[in-house]
Design a protein around this ligand. Structure first.
Ligand code: NAD
Ligand code: ZN
Length: 262
């Protein structure tokens, strides 16, 4: 563990040397945006046992319950704005330090912070829209909310095929998105710097990515307010709030960065 200002100096040095960095982000980068992480006590996410994919597919009651929970979170998602961490990662990508961001998050905040699609891999999908799992049709959350209210809380049906509509996220027991995972592994293997920010690094296969990167020669940095199981593999562990650590890098232009001063 390193003191905050020392850590920021070390990060500035690593950023100045890196041309193919990758950031892996978890729920912790969005807590400063007002979205509770998985572990926060009393959070909506922890009060209910997750509904596995098979149960969602098999039962209209499970689908209705899943949508009841999702729509109860809509005000939180709609009000969330990118945090300092999201903004700093966009700046570092635009400055050519990072190739891009791999996120476990489903909240769309990296896109809201201006990260372009080619620079972002969402390995757990996105909850800001829905798709029909039978025919693939896109559904807006607003259209699902409307049908949910009109039907008195029934599971929504696809507007085209009357199939099952689900947020565009990956549930427990659901296959990982193959293309996204393949690309994420390629990015990890090619990385010269691999930053883990606000991920508990306990959810697999996401938690393998830092190890793949480190084994392939990347410098591994973990920024988290708590210990993680991979701290022992990291070259630099910064145990602090993400916003505080990355604040000096939000306005990072390539020139400022190359000077080595945060
Ligand atoms: P997690 O909730 O398991 O862990 C979050 C981690 O972030 C913790 O280790 C915590 O110590 C750290 N943290 C929280 N706020 C921080 C801050 N301000 N500064 C530094 N560290 C901070 O999250 P996870 O590892 O991403 O895994 C949970 C899964 O749940 C994810 O895969 C994701 O799909 C889903 N999820 C997503 C969101 C979202 O999209 N915002 C929110 C909750 C859960
Ligand atoms: Zn359909």
């Amino acid at each position: 563990m390193t003191e905050l200002s020392d850590a920021q100096r070390e990060l500035a040095r690593l950023f100045a040397d890196s041309h193919d960095g990758i950031a892996l982000t978890g729920a912790g980068i969005s807590t400063e945006s007002g979205i509770p992480d998985f572990r926060s006590p009393g959070g909506l996410w922890t009060r209910n046992k997750p509904i596995p994919f098979d149960a969602f597919c098999a039962s209209a009651e499970a689908r209705a319950e899943s949508w009841r929970r999702r729509l109860a979170m809509e005000d939180v998602f709609a009000a969330a704005r990118p945090s300092t961490g999201h903004k700093a990662l966009t700046a570092l990508t635009q400055a050519g330090v990072l190739r891009g961001v791999i996120t476990q998050n489903i909240d769309n905040l990296h896109q809201d912070a201006g990260l372009v699609p080619a620079r972002l891999i969402e390995i757990h999908g996105n909850t800001r829209y829905a798709t029909c799992i039978d025919c693939g049709l896109y559904h807006s959350i607003d259209s699902v909310a409307e049908s949910f209210a009109q039907s008195g809380g029934q599971a929504p049906e696809c507007l085209s095929c009357r199939g099952r509509v689900k947020t565009a996220t990956i549930s427990f027991g659901q296959a990982m998105p193959e293309h996204a995972m393949t690309l994420a592994v390629q990015w990890a293997q090619a990385a010269d710097l691999f930053l883990c920010l606000g991920s508990s690094l306990t959810v697999y296969p996401a938690a393998n990515l830092p190890l793949i990167a480190a084994r392939s020669g990347a410098t591994l940095v973990i920024i988290n307010r708590e210990e993680t199981p991979l701290d022992g593999y990291a070259d630099l562990v910064v145990r602090a709030e993400i916003g505080e650590v990355l604040a000096p890098f939000v306005d990072t232009g390539p020139d400022l960065l190359r000077s080595g001063n945060p």
